[in-house]
Each structure stands twice: as C-alpha cells, then as structure tokens.
Design a protein around this ligand. Structure first.
Ligand SMILES: *Cc1c(COP(=O)(O)O)cnc(C)c1O
Length: 358
C-alpha cells in the first residue's frame, strides 16, 4: 500500500507554499532524474561536495558554496565556523565553546524561531536595539573579542541597521557577518548583493524558491569562510587514511564526526539541489506563473463580487500580493476563523508563493 494511503493520513491542499511542515513543494521531473542518476555508482561524499560547490558557485556567480540539509543547517554550520575559525581543538569540543568567541550579536528586530540553529551550535545570542529600531552605536558598543559573528536577517521593517552598515562596523572589529537569506534567495541577484554589502556567510534554503529537495540548502559566501565548512560536517566512521587532507591531522582526540554531522546530506540532496538550481536559472520566473494566474482570477472574481481588491507587491519576499478588503461582516463573505467573526472591516493579503500572508 502506498504510504500516503494510510488510514488517518489526510490529504491537504497546500495554500502556504514551500512549508516544511506541509512537506514542501513537488520536485520537477528533471530533478528526480538527476537524483536517480546520482546512484549510478558510489562516490566519495567529500569529492561530490566539492564538485557540487564548484558547480553551484559558477552557476550563481558567487565565490563559494557548500550544500547543507537546509538553510537552518547552514546557519548552524556558519555559527560553528565563526565560533572556531578553523581551530581544530575548538571544533572538536563543540557545542561546548572553549575559545574566547562565544556570542552571536543580532538586532532585536531580526530575532526569529530559526535562531535555534545558532544557539544549538553552542553560541549565545546577544540582542541589540529595540523591536523596531537599532542604532550603529548599539552594535559598536558590544563588539569585542567575545563576539563570534553578527547575524543579519533581511526584510525586517523598522529603523534598522542595513547589511552594509552592519558589515562595515563588524569588519572593523574583524568579526564576520552571517546572513539568513532563507526567504530572500532566489532571486539570485540578492545573493550577490548580500555579498557586495559585506556578508561573509549566507544561509539559503534549497527547498523554497529553488524548488530543490526539501531537506537541502546552501551555505554561500567568501571562499575563505566557506572552505572551513567541510571539516565541520565530516563523517569519521572510516579510517583516517580514507579521508582527504581537509581532516585535521593534529586532532586532539581520535578522529570523530564534525559538530554539524547530524545535519548530513546525501547524494540525493547534493545532486538534486544542483539540478534544481540549473532548472531555476533557465527561467527564473516560471514557477510563479500559475500562482500569478490564480491571483488574476481571484482579483477579477472578487472585484466583480463588489469587494475592494488591490494588487500589491511584497518587496522583501519578491512576490505579488492581492489585498482583499471585506467591509461589514454581516453582508460580506467572512473568513471562517472564529477570531475574525465580529470584525467589521478586515483586510487580508494573498500571494502566489506564500498563500495567506496576513
Ligand atoms: C525557512 C527558513 C529557514 C530554514 O530553511 P530550511 O531550508 O527549511 O532549513 C531559516 N530561516 C528563515 C528566515 C526561514 O524562513
């Protein structure tokens, strides 16, 4: 029996988009074909990682890439890299932080449930600023030798420090900047803009806009920082002699797994993500077209029914939106959510990629 036919397992209509809890989005046939072809013969995973990283950085026109099991895993990996900066003894002790660098600074307005990935790596988060504002002086004041990195989340509203301002201040103290680009890449030019603005390491989701395997992602960034990634995810089950020179030879304990090893990727993620990015780049807007056609139909139908509808664009997410204003709960269609029942006037926004946004 097909597992999806298990009694009690309910089919759903995904009106949200690439949400992990709803199983993500379907993969294109060419991505499946590539994943199947990845099992033609065994390969060393470190060599396949290197090949995937080289191919992806050429495709995306950025200095370096490392495939992870998601943007959250990339945040974890970026944090372990920033905490240890290649110090083998320190890597070996994670998530117990033994070096001086132990905190990751973040603007309060940038906090997010995915901060968990940073804390899990062993770092302590240090907030600066207020829910809708932060000041350069607030960042300056906390940057000392205890700070491993500054974490930046784009697309938040308020009087906040920009990425360029954040990076200029952090770099003046020799501190790298990690960008959580999970929701904001693609478009790919954003990725290059993050780098131009001073990002050192950028976490990108493979299962969102790129439509790669749900458990795939990318750690992108400058070659110096990304080159430290491999050893953090090293799987040391086999004898050291079977490992590449990337493995620390002076490791203080017998060879063992890297701290990000629980977030491993397999051939299917590596090859699948490369195929998905290649497919995406051939026609970057194509996946949005069915959703945009649905928005057009909704705009027409709801407008004809006398509702005030307005076309907007969410610049942060780079998606078109439809705002629907429902006047007077007694006469107009009412959202079924009980909380909304007695609200006389209410607007909600719909976008093709993210469904009901607010
Ligand atoms: C989705 C998301 C992540 C995690 O991405 P995965 O690829 O699912 O691990 C991280 N940060 C933000 C802001 C996200 O929206």
């Amino acid at each position: 029996m097909d597992l999806l036919d298990t009694p009690g397992l309910r089919p759903i209509v995904n009106g949200v988009g690439p949400a992990t809890r709803l199983g993500g989005l379907p993969l294109a046939d060419e991505v499946w074909d590539a994943m199947r072809a990845a099992f033609r013969h065994p390969v060393r995973l470190d060599e396949l990682q290197a090949a995937a990283g080289a191919r992806l950085s050429a495709l995306l026109e950025i200095p370096a890439c490392y495939v992870t099991s998601g943007a959250a895993a990339a945040l974890h990996l970026a944090t372990t890299i920033a905490l240890t900066q290649g110090d083998e003894a320190a890597i070996d002790r994670l998530p117990v932080v033994v070096g001086a660098r132990s905190t990751v600074v973040i603007q309060k307005a940038h906090r997010d449930p995915y901060d968990r990935a940073v804390e899990q790596a062993g770092a302590r988060l240090l907030e600066i600023g207020y829910p809708a504002s932060s000041h350069p002086g607030e960042l300056e004041r906390v940057l000392d030798e205890s700070v491993a990195a500054v974490l930046f989340r784009p697309g938040r509203s308020g009087d906040l420090l920009s990425l360029a301002e954040t990076a200029a201040i952090a770099h003046a103290h020799g501190i790298p900047v990690i960008v959580d680009g999970a929701l904001h890449v693609p478009p790919v030019d954003r990725l290059r803009r993050f780098l131009a603005d001073g990002a050192d390491l950028i976490a990108v989701s493979g299962g969102k806009g790129f439509r790669g395997p749900q458990a795939s992602g990318l750690l992108c960034g400058t070659a110096d920082w990304v080159s430290l990634a491999g050893v953090h995810q090293q799987d040391m089950d086999e004898r050291p002699t079977t490992w590449s020179p990337a493995v620390p030879r002076t490791s203080p304990t017998p060879p063992r797994h890297g701290p990000s090893r629980p977030m491993k990727v397999g051939r299917e993620q590596l090859v699948g993500l490369v195929a998905a990015v290649e497919r995406y780049l051939r026609d970057p807007g194509a996946d949005e077209l069915p959703g945009i056609a649905e928005l057009d139909r909704a705009e027409e139908t709801l407008g004809a029914a006398g509702l005030a509808v307005e076309r907007l664009r969410d610049d942060a997410l780079d998606v078109p939106m439809l705002r629907i204003r429902v006047e007077g709960a007694a006469t107009a269609p009412t959202p079924s959510h009980a909380r909304w029942r007695h609200v006389p006037s209410r607007s909600c926004s719909v976008s093709p990629r993210h469904g009901m946004a607010s």
